[in-house]
Ligand binder design. Sequence first.
Ligand code: SF4
Ligand code: ZN
Ligand code: ZN
Length: 342
Amino acid sequence: MKQEKTIDLLAKKANISKHILKCDKCNNESIISLEYGPHNFCKNHFNKFFKARFKKTIRKYSLFKSKEKLLIAVSGGKDSILALNLLHEFYSKSNPMQVLIVDEGVNGYRNNAIKLTIDTCKKFKIKCNVISFREKFNITNDELMPILLNNPKLGGTCAFCGTIRRNIMNSFAKEINADKIVTGHNLDDEVQSFVMNVFNNEIDRIIKSSVQQKKVKNISFVKRIKPLYETPEKEIIAYCEFNKIKHYSQDGCPYSWTAKRNEYRKMLNQFEIKFPGTGHSILRFNENLNKILKNNENEINIFNKKIKECKICDEPTQKEFCKTCEMIQKIKNEKTKLEKIV
Ligand code: SF4
Ligand SMILES: [Zn+2]
Ligand SMILES: [Zn+2]
Protein backbone atom coordinates (compact mmCIF):
# COMPACT_ATOMS: atom_id res chain seq x y z
CA MET A 1 0.00 0.00 0.00
CA LYS A 2 2.79 2.39 1.05
CA GLN A 3 4.67 1.54 -2.15
CA GLU A 4 1.63 2.20 -4.36
CA LYS A 5 1.27 5.61 -2.71
CA THR A 6 4.92 6.42 -3.42
CA ILE A 7 4.59 5.46 -7.07
CA ASP A 8 1.42 7.54 -7.30
CA LEU A 9 3.26 10.43 -5.68
CA LEU A 10 6.03 10.17 -8.25
CA ALA A 11 3.40 10.45 -10.97
CA LYS A 12 1.45 13.25 -9.30
CA LYS A 13 4.47 15.35 -8.35
CA ALA A 14 4.63 16.58 -11.94
CA ASN A 15 1.09 17.94 -11.37
CA ILE A 16 -0.11 16.08 -14.41
CA SER A 17 -2.10 12.90 -14.30
CA LYS A 18 0.06 9.89 -15.08
CA HIS A 19 -2.58 8.72 -17.56
CA ILE A 20 -2.02 11.55 -20.03
CA LEU A 21 1.78 11.41 -19.98
CA LYS A 22 3.72 9.60 -22.66
CA CYS A 23 7.05 7.86 -22.16
CA ASP A 24 10.07 9.98 -23.25
CA LYS A 25 11.43 7.07 -25.27
CA CYS A 26 8.36 5.52 -26.91
CA ASN A 27 4.73 6.23 -27.49
CA ASN A 28 3.51 4.11 -24.60
CA GLU A 29 1.82 5.51 -21.53
CA SER A 30 4.23 6.73 -18.87
CA ILE A 31 3.86 5.10 -15.46
CA ILE A 32 6.49 7.12 -13.62
CA SER A 33 7.57 10.78 -13.60
CA LEU A 34 10.95 11.79 -12.22
CA GLU A 35 10.74 15.49 -11.73
CA TYR A 36 14.48 16.21 -11.45
CA GLY A 37 15.04 15.16 -15.11
CA PRO A 38 12.33 15.63 -15.89
CA HIS A 39 11.82 12.10 -17.18
CA ASN A 40 8.63 10.22 -17.95
CA PHE A 41 8.96 6.51 -18.54
CA CYS A 42 6.93 3.43 -19.31
CA LYS A 43 7.87 0.34 -17.29
CA ASN A 44 10.23 -0.99 -19.94
CA HIS A 45 12.16 2.27 -20.33
CA PHE A 46 12.20 2.97 -16.59
CA ASN A 47 13.82 -0.45 -16.08
CA LYS A 48 16.39 0.30 -18.79
CA PHE A 49 17.15 3.74 -17.31
CA PHE A 50 17.43 2.25 -13.80
CA LYS A 51 19.74 -0.61 -14.75
CA ALA A 52 21.92 1.60 -16.95
CA ARG A 53 22.47 4.02 -14.04
CA PHE A 54 23.40 1.12 -11.73
CA LYS A 55 26.06 -0.11 -14.17
CA LYS A 56 27.23 3.43 -14.94
CA THR A 57 27.82 4.16 -11.22
CA ILE A 58 29.99 1.03 -10.99
CA ARG A 59 31.99 2.06 -14.08
CA LYS A 60 32.24 5.77 -13.26
CA TYR A 61 33.65 5.23 -9.78
CA SER A 62 35.52 1.99 -10.68
CA LEU A 63 33.75 0.35 -7.75
CA PHE A 64 35.14 -3.09 -8.56
CA LYS A 65 37.07 -4.93 -11.23
CA SER A 66 36.31 -8.22 -12.92
CA LYS A 67 37.33 -11.24 -10.77
CA GLU A 68 37.30 -9.25 -7.52
CA LYS A 69 35.48 -11.08 -4.75
CA LEU A 70 32.39 -9.27 -3.44
CA LEU A 71 30.79 -9.63 -0.04
CA ILE A 72 27.24 -8.29 -0.34
CA ALA A 73 25.89 -7.08 3.01
CA VAL A 74 22.16 -7.75 2.92
CA SER A 75 19.59 -6.73 5.50
CA GLY A 76 16.62 -8.15 3.63
CA GLY A 77 15.32 -4.62 2.99
CA LYS A 78 14.60 -3.24 -0.48
CA ASP A 79 17.99 -1.58 -1.08
CA SER A 80 20.32 -4.46 -0.29
CA ILE A 81 18.01 -7.10 -1.82
CA LEU A 82 17.91 -5.02 -4.99
CA ALA A 83 21.72 -4.63 -5.01
CA LEU A 84 21.96 -8.42 -4.68
CA ASN A 85 19.49 -8.94 -7.57
CA LEU A 86 21.30 -6.55 -9.92
CA LEU A 87 24.80 -7.76 -9.02
CA HIS A 88 23.68 -11.30 -9.68
CA GLU A 89 22.04 -10.29 -12.97
CA PHE A 90 25.06 -8.44 -14.36
CA TYR A 91 28.20 -9.60 -12.57
CA SER A 92 27.74 -13.17 -11.30
CA LYS A 93 29.79 -14.51 -14.23
CA SER A 94 32.66 -12.04 -13.78
CA ASN A 95 32.87 -11.82 -9.97
CA PRO A 96 32.74 -14.39 -7.19
CA MET A 97 30.22 -13.22 -4.58
CA GLN A 98 28.90 -14.16 -1.14
CA VAL A 99 26.19 -12.65 1.04
CA LEU A 100 26.37 -11.66 4.70
CA ILE A 101 23.29 -10.96 6.81
CA VAL A 102 23.78 -9.79 10.38
CA ASP A 103 21.28 -10.79 13.06
CA GLU A 104 21.16 -7.92 15.57
CA GLY A 105 18.99 -9.83 18.04
CA VAL A 106 15.64 -8.07 17.84
CA ASN A 107 12.99 -10.56 18.77
CA GLY A 108 10.48 -11.17 15.98
CA TYR A 109 12.04 -8.65 13.59
CA ARG A 110 15.04 -10.05 11.76
CA ASN A 111 13.88 -13.66 11.30
CA ASN A 112 11.67 -13.02 8.25
CA ALA A 113 14.39 -10.95 6.59
CA ILE A 114 16.94 -13.72 7.17
CA LYS A 115 14.60 -16.31 5.67
CA LEU A 116 13.93 -14.15 2.62
CA THR A 117 17.66 -13.53 2.12
CA ILE A 118 18.50 -17.24 2.42
CA ASP A 119 15.76 -18.07 -0.12
CA THR A 120 16.99 -15.40 -2.55
CA CYS A 121 20.57 -16.67 -2.24
CA LYS A 122 19.43 -20.25 -2.86
CA LYS A 123 17.66 -19.12 -6.02
CA PHE A 124 20.82 -17.34 -7.21
CA LYS A 125 23.18 -20.10 -5.97
CA ILE A 126 25.13 -17.61 -3.84
CA LYS A 127 26.52 -18.59 -0.44
CA CYS A 128 24.65 -16.89 2.40
CA ASN A 129 26.36 -16.32 5.78
CA VAL A 130 24.41 -15.33 8.90
CA ILE A 131 26.33 -13.87 11.86
CA SER A 132 24.66 -12.66 15.05
CA PHE A 133 25.63 -9.97 17.57
CA ARG A 134 25.23 -12.73 20.17
CA GLU A 135 27.86 -15.08 18.69
CA LYS A 136 30.31 -12.27 17.98
CA PHE A 137 29.92 -9.94 20.98
CA ASN A 138 27.61 -11.84 23.33
CA ILE A 139 25.01 -9.08 23.25
CA THR A 140 21.71 -8.40 21.46
CA ASN A 141 19.83 -5.21 20.60
CA ASP A 142 17.03 -6.35 22.89
CA GLU A 143 19.51 -6.36 25.79
CA LEU A 144 21.02 -3.02 24.77
CA MET A 145 17.78 -1.08 24.55
CA PRO A 146 16.79 -0.90 28.27
CA ILE A 147 20.36 0.08 29.21
CA LEU A 148 20.48 2.85 26.60
CA LEU A 149 17.04 4.14 27.54
CA ASN A 150 18.15 4.33 31.14
CA ASN A 151 21.12 6.51 30.21
CA PRO A 152 20.51 8.47 26.96
CA LYS A 153 24.02 9.94 27.19
CA LEU A 154 25.35 6.57 25.99
CA GLY A 155 23.75 7.10 22.56
CA GLY A 156 20.91 5.62 20.50
CA THR A 157 20.35 1.95 19.69
CA CYS A 158 20.78 2.59 15.96
CA ALA A 159 24.22 4.15 16.50
CA PHE A 160 25.32 1.10 18.52
CA CYS A 161 23.73 -1.30 16.10
CA GLY A 162 25.37 0.31 13.05
CA THR A 163 28.83 0.33 14.63
CA ILE A 164 28.66 -3.33 15.66
CA ARG A 165 27.30 -4.31 12.26
CA ARG A 166 30.16 -2.54 10.43
CA ASN A 167 32.68 -4.27 12.69
CA ILE A 168 31.20 -7.69 11.85
CA MET A 169 31.09 -6.88 8.13
CA ASN A 170 34.73 -5.83 8.01
CA SER A 171 36.09 -8.75 10.01
CA PHE A 172 34.05 -11.29 8.04
CA ALA A 173 35.13 -9.78 4.71
CA LYS A 174 38.76 -10.31 5.78
CA GLU A 175 37.98 -13.87 6.85
CA ILE A 176 36.75 -14.80 3.36
CA ASN A 177 39.34 -12.61 1.56
CA ALA A 178 36.73 -10.40 -0.04
CA ASP A 179 38.07 -7.46 -2.05
CA LYS A 180 35.01 -5.27 -1.53
CA ILE A 181 31.99 -5.05 0.74
CA VAL A 182 28.84 -4.02 -1.13
CA THR A 183 26.12 -2.20 0.78
CA GLY A 184 22.68 -1.12 -0.39
CA HIS A 185 23.02 2.57 0.55
CA ASN A 186 21.03 4.77 -1.82
CA LEU A 187 21.19 8.46 -2.73
CA ASP A 188 18.88 9.48 0.13
CA ASP A 189 21.06 7.62 2.69
CA GLU A 190 24.19 9.33 1.40
CA VAL A 191 22.66 12.78 1.44
CA GLN A 192 21.25 12.27 4.94
CA SER A 193 24.66 11.12 6.24
CA PHE A 194 26.43 14.08 4.70
CA VAL A 195 23.94 16.64 6.06
CA MET A 196 24.07 14.97 9.49
CA ASN A 197 27.86 15.27 9.48
CA VAL A 198 27.62 18.96 8.55
CA PHE A 199 24.96 19.70 11.19
CA ASN A 200 27.00 17.87 13.85
CA ASN A 201 30.35 19.35 12.81
CA GLU A 202 31.71 15.84 12.15
CA ILE A 203 34.46 16.86 9.73
CA ASP A 204 36.48 13.76 10.67
CA ARG A 205 33.75 11.51 9.32
CA ILE A 206 33.71 13.43 6.04
CA ILE A 207 37.52 13.15 5.75
CA LYS A 208 37.33 9.46 6.65
CA SER A 209 34.78 8.72 3.94
CA SER A 210 36.86 10.53 1.31
CA VAL A 211 40.03 8.73 2.45
CA GLN A 212 38.33 5.34 2.39
CA GLN A 213 37.16 5.98 -1.13
CA LYS A 214 40.70 6.84 -2.18
CA LYS A 215 41.98 3.53 -0.72
CA VAL A 216 43.55 3.16 2.65
CA LYS A 217 46.75 1.13 2.47
CA ASN A 218 46.16 -0.39 5.86
CA ILE A 219 44.99 -3.94 5.17
CA SER A 220 42.60 -3.84 8.11
CA PHE A 221 40.03 -1.98 6.03
CA VAL A 222 38.02 -3.70 3.34
CA LYS A 223 36.71 -1.07 1.00
CA ARG A 224 32.94 -0.54 1.18
CA ILE A 225 31.18 0.26 -2.08
CA LYS A 226 27.65 1.48 -2.77
CA PRO A 227 26.43 0.82 -6.32
CA LEU A 228 23.02 2.37 -5.53
CA TYR A 229 24.71 5.57 -4.38
CA GLU A 230 23.17 7.63 -7.22
CA THR A 231 19.71 6.04 -7.07
CA PRO A 232 16.93 7.85 -5.16
CA GLU A 233 15.01 5.75 -2.63
CA LYS A 234 11.62 6.37 -4.24
CA GLU A 235 12.86 4.90 -7.52
CA ILE A 236 14.11 1.81 -5.68
CA ILE A 237 10.64 1.36 -4.19
CA ALA A 238 9.09 1.79 -7.63
CA TYR A 239 11.55 -0.62 -9.31
CA CYS A 240 10.95 -3.33 -6.69
CA GLU A 241 7.19 -2.89 -7.07
CA PHE A 242 7.19 -2.93 -10.89
CA ASN A 243 9.47 -5.98 -10.99
CA LYS A 244 7.93 -7.84 -8.04
CA ILE A 245 11.20 -8.06 -6.13
CA LYS A 246 10.38 -9.50 -2.73
CA HIS A 247 11.93 -7.66 0.21
CA TYR A 248 11.30 -7.13 3.88
CA SER A 249 10.23 -3.78 5.31
CA GLN A 250 12.87 -2.12 7.53
CA ASP A 251 10.09 -0.23 9.31
CA GLY A 252 9.54 -3.40 11.37
CA CYS A 253 12.42 -2.78 13.78
CA PRO A 254 10.92 -1.60 17.07
CA TYR A 255 13.94 0.63 17.72
CA SER A 256 13.87 2.55 14.43
CA TRP A 257 12.17 5.49 16.20
CA THR A 258 15.40 6.11 18.11
CA ALA A 259 17.28 7.04 14.90
CA LYS A 260 18.20 10.72 14.62
CA ARG A 261 18.34 10.09 10.89
CA ASN A 262 14.50 10.05 10.73
CA GLU A 263 14.40 13.80 11.36
CA TYR A 264 16.92 14.45 8.57
CA ARG A 265 14.95 12.21 6.23
CA LYS A 266 11.76 14.20 6.88
CA MET A 267 13.51 17.53 6.39
CA LEU A 268 15.27 16.49 3.18
CA ASN A 269 12.10 14.93 1.74
CA GLN A 270 10.32 18.25 2.29
CA PHE A 271 13.10 20.05 0.44
CA GLU A 272 12.96 17.56 -2.42
CA ILE A 273 9.22 18.15 -2.84
CA LYS A 274 9.67 21.94 -2.85
CA PHE A 275 12.93 22.01 -4.81
CA PRO A 276 13.30 18.87 -6.96
CA GLY A 277 16.94 17.88 -7.43
CA THR A 278 18.08 18.99 -3.95
CA GLY A 279 19.32 15.46 -3.17
CA HIS A 280 21.37 15.24 -6.37
CA SER A 281 22.81 18.68 -5.70
CA ILE A 282 23.94 17.79 -2.14
CA LEU A 283 25.43 14.54 -3.45
CA ARG A 284 27.51 16.46 -6.03
CA PHE A 285 28.62 18.95 -3.37
CA ASN A 286 29.82 16.03 -1.22
CA GLU A 287 31.72 14.62 -4.21
CA ASN A 288 33.37 17.96 -4.94
CA LEU A 289 34.40 18.31 -1.32
CA ASN A 290 35.80 14.75 -1.41
CA LYS A 291 37.90 15.64 -4.46
CA ILE A 292 39.45 18.56 -2.57
CA LEU A 293 40.08 16.36 0.47
CA LYS A 294 41.55 13.55 -1.62
CA ASN A 295 44.09 15.97 -3.05
CA ASN A 296 45.05 17.03 0.43
CA GLU A 297 47.81 14.47 1.08
CA ASN A 298 48.41 15.98 4.47
CA GLU A 299 44.97 15.07 5.78
CA ILE A 300 45.24 11.57 4.28
CA ASN A 301 48.65 10.95 5.82
CA ILE A 302 47.46 12.16 9.22
CA PHE A 303 44.46 9.83 8.96
CA ASN A 304 46.50 6.81 7.80
CA LYS A 305 49.20 7.30 10.42
CA LYS A 306 46.63 7.23 13.19
CA ILE A 307 45.19 3.85 12.11
CA LYS A 308 46.13 0.85 14.22
CA GLU A 309 44.53 -2.42 15.30
CA CYS A 310 42.11 -2.61 18.23
CA LYS A 311 43.67 -4.40 21.19
CA ILE A 312 40.55 -6.51 21.68
CA CYS A 313 39.18 -7.39 18.25
CA ASP A 314 41.98 -6.40 15.78
CA GLU A 315 39.67 -4.13 13.81
CA PRO A 316 41.05 -0.77 12.60
CA THR A 317 40.90 2.18 14.97
CA GLN A 318 42.61 5.47 15.68
CA LYS A 319 42.67 4.75 19.41
CA GLU A 320 43.68 1.81 21.59
CA PHE A 321 40.25 0.20 21.27
CA CYS A 322 37.83 0.39 18.35
CA LYS A 323 34.47 2.10 18.67
CA THR A 324 32.60 -1.21 18.94
CA CYS A 325 34.73 -2.49 21.84
CA GLU A 326 34.55 0.92 23.52
CA MET A 327 30.75 0.94 23.25
CA ILE A 328 30.40 -2.61 24.52
CA GLN A 329 32.63 -1.80 27.50
CA LYS A 330 30.45 1.23 28.32
CA ILE A 331 27.34 -0.96 28.18
CA LYS A 332 28.91 -3.55 30.47
CA ASN A 333 29.87 -0.83 32.98
CA GLU A 334 26.37 0.60 32.89
CA LYS A 335 24.88 -2.88 33.36
CA THR A 336 27.08 -3.48 36.42
CA LYS A 337 26.03 -0.10 37.85
CA LEU A 338 22.34 -0.94 37.36
CA GLU A 339 22.74 -4.40 38.92
CA LYS A 340 24.35 -2.81 41.99
CA ILE A 341 21.40 -0.40 42.39
CA VAL A 342 18.93 -3.30 42.19
S1 SF4 B 1 16.45 0.36 12.99
FE1 SF4 B 1 18.27 0.80 14.23
S2 SF4 B 1 18.29 -0.79 15.81
FE2 SF4 B 1 16.91 -1.48 14.20
S3 SF4 B 1 18.19 -2.75 12.85
FE3 SF4 B 1 18.21 -0.66 11.99
S4 SF4 B 1 20.01 0.32 12.90
FE4 SF4 B 1 19.59 -1.53 14.12
ZN1 ZN C 1 8.81 3.69 -23.18
ZN1 ZN D 1 37.61 -3.73 18.92
